[in-house]
Design a protein around this ligand. Sequence first.
Ligand SMILES: Nc1ncnc2c1ncn2[C@@H]1O[C@H](COP(=O)(O)OP(=O)(O)OP(=O)(O)O)[C@@H](O)[C@H]1O
Ligand SMILES: [Mg+2]
Length: 381
Amino acid sequence: MGRIELDGLTRKYGDVVAVDGIDLDIADGEFLVLLGPSGCGKSTLLRLVAGLIPPTGGRVLLDGEDITHAAPARRDLAMVFQSYALYPHLTVARNIGFPLRAARLPRAQVRRRVAEVADLLELGALLDRRPRELSGGQRQRVAVGRAIIRDPRAFLMDEPLSNLDARLRQSTRAQFRTLHERLGTTVLYVTHDQVEALSLATRIAMLDGGRLEQVGTPTEIFDQPASVFVAGFLGSPPMNLLPARLENLDGRVRVRADGIEADLRPGEPDGSVEGVEARDVVFGVRPEHLRLTDGTGRAGTPVLRGVVRAVENLGAEEVAQCAVGGETVQFRGARPLGLAPGQPVQLATAPDHIHLFDRGSGRRLVWRPHPARTAPATPRA
Ligand SMILES: Nc1ncnc2c1ncn2[C@@H]1O[C@H](COP(=O)(O)OP(=O)(O)OP(=O)(O)O)[C@@H](O)[C@H]1O
Ligand SMILES: [Mg+2]
């Protein structure tokens, strides 16, 4: 078992609140990724769970037991860090088997478990090498092996792939996923890399300034970001976020700004929308959800009008930076987009792909683009 509950967990350093009252329930067998920018408190949170530093408030529970003040060695949690911290003078086999030898298990049993773990991590052929004779990815797998062999209740990993080059990161990521599927052990995993988070996590916890911004599956976090912060953190390039005004004009809800006109309910028969109040919003649309239009399409289609500033070649795709009103909008599509700097453009999107956030709080506004398919709903904070 390995259920981890955080209850108002807080850590201050003088005036800095590194971790600010986190409530989080991590189910047994979850792969929970803590995601956020540098300095948001990810490592501090992990170290609190590991017991490497004491909290200044709140509690940590492991399978219902309060371990807030338990010594790290008594927590039955295994940590894997960014730097592998292998013993340089020991072979791979002895590095992996170290925790079991330290626990004085019989030699035959240690040898059998090392063979099993090496097999799982495809390290069988490397057991007699020393760390300096391994690649970065192989070293990281040895460090993971040393954590696995203890059969802990949960793994705590702090940016374990960040020292690897892009290709190795991708293959090691795939191995981590397979490993989690086979072992089913709870993982609490820290990264600032959105691709790692989206591809590994069963749930992502987004942190900003020591606080939880959103907790959800990768799909929820990407498709329904709860705030401007989350929306702007994910995606490549991230979501376009533009100040705009939500208006209720002759019964139609419309978003307007310089160069933007988005009718949220095109084609609705009666067009009436009750209870929507005019307000300042942030209008969000992902670069990959824009398409070129000649402006002769169906009336009411959300449209952005601007001028191309630059076009960037990404290989299979291109990204065009466009000036829309006083803002920059990024538009991503298959290469060639057929655009050149200075050229006027009109970009359209589907109403389903529009995100709206309250300008003041930054929180997502809930609205339904297709009242014909779903129950009528009005935007609410
Ligand atoms: N020992 C310390 N003394 C004082 N302040 C600290 C200490 N450790 C961390 N902090 C502060 O706490 C905040 C959170 O730091 P933390 O290391 O948890 O961030 P992080 O999210 O892991 O960042 P990164 O992605 O850069 O590793 C930062 O503002 C940091 O400066
Ligand atoms: Mg860190």
